[in-house]
Design a protein around this ligand. Structure first.
Ligand code: DGY
Length: 321
């Protein structure tokens, strides 16, 4: 019987995914689910043919340069791939894949949750109940912003952005969007295209970020662009923290220029900018956009489909390089 290929799995994956993995591979699992250092990654990859990382592992050019020659594939358990240096992988002949599509619904759900929670000050109300400090109903108590019928600006009208637009239409929101390319009219469903972020922002009473983290989108939402948003706008981010300049967003939240922000992703997770925690007008979640049972299984199976294809010499569905 031929030996099963060894696969380094950097984080604990859902049980059904690990079970399927064991059928065709010898998985090197992370029982304690701690985040590996670069040295550990390189050490544990010895003799492996593939790595299944999450976005928590930084596969930078120096790390990829140190991986053993046996590594043929990096099949990431994530749609985002900003944690992997694709150029470095390509130059070593390592195939890299991600898991698009399967997490779009779950991520749009969290974007909608953040939008509603930030607009209606959900965490303040919840905290009052939990700390038993709610005293009375009042006509002027904890007033938020109405969402229904407002204008939603979407940066990045890919899979998640389009589902977010669909969900927001359920609240009669008018959709404006910026994307590198205008969508075909039938996919726009009436959304208004803006050829630049600068053109989109003044129309965005609510702004939801859905673009990938790339050198081009680093700190895309900075002080200058925040100044283009309407007064009392709400910013939602379920993409990546690096798209937002924290200092600029915090200043606008502190001054009251922005009404609130709903954030699921942050620079330097989990050691986020400490001021976010102190602000009343932030609604914060710990990077759980894709965290449903269904979606995490689907992400794992999609990563394994890609791995199976590569190991069988077939073209994987989600090849990045
Ligand atoms: C993704 O898939 O990119 C999510 O952010 C979780 O890693």
């Amino acid at each position: 019987m031929s030996k099963k290929p060894v696969v380094l799995v950097t984080r604990k994956l859902p049980a059904a995914v690990e079970t399927r993995l064991r059928q065709n591979y010898e998985p090197r699992l992370n029982q304690h689910d701690e985040v590996y250092t670069s040295d550990q990654l390189v050490e544990y990859a010895a003799g492996a043919e593939a790595i299944i990382p999450c976005h928590t592992e930084k596969l930078t050019a120096p790390v990829i340069a140190r991986l053993p020659d046996t590594i043929r594939a990096i099949t990431s358990f994530s749609v985002g791939f900003d944690h992997i240096d694709l150029t470095a992988a390509k130059s070593r002949g390592i195939i890299v894949t991600n898991t698009p599509d399967v997490l779009s619904d779950a991520t749009a759900e969290v974007a909608m949750l953040l939008l509603l929670g930030a607009a209606r000050r959900a965490h303040e109300g919840e905290a009052e109940i939990r700390t038993n400090s709610w005293r009375d109903w009042s006509a002027t108590y904890q007033l938020g912003l109405q969402v229904t019928g407002k204008r939603l600006g979407i940066i990045g009208m890919g899979r998640v952005g389009q589902i977010m637009a669909r969900r927001a239409r359920g609240f009669d929101m008018q959709i404006h969007y910026y994307n590198r390319n205008k969508l075909p009219t039938e996919l726009e469903c009436g959304a208004v295209y803006h050829a630049s972020v600068e053109s989109l922002l003044p129309h965005s009473e609510f702004l939801s970020i859905h673009c990938p983290a790339t050198p081009d989108t680093y700190h895309l939402l900075d002080a200058e662009r925040i100044a283009l948003l309407p007064d009392n706008a709400v910013v939602v981010n379920t993409a990546r923290g690096s798209v937002v300049d924290d200092e600029a967003l915090i200043a606008a939240l502190q001054s009251g220029r922005l009404f609130a922000a709903g954030l699921d992703v942050f620079n330097n997770e989990p050691a986020i900018h400490p001021t976010y925690r102190k602000l009343k007008n932030t609604f914060l979640l710990p990077h759980i956009g894709s965290a449903t049972r269904e979606t995490r299984d689907a992400m794992g199976f999609r990563a394994l489909d890609n791995l199976d294809a590569i190991m069988a010499g077939r073209e994987p569905r989600d090849r990045l390089v």
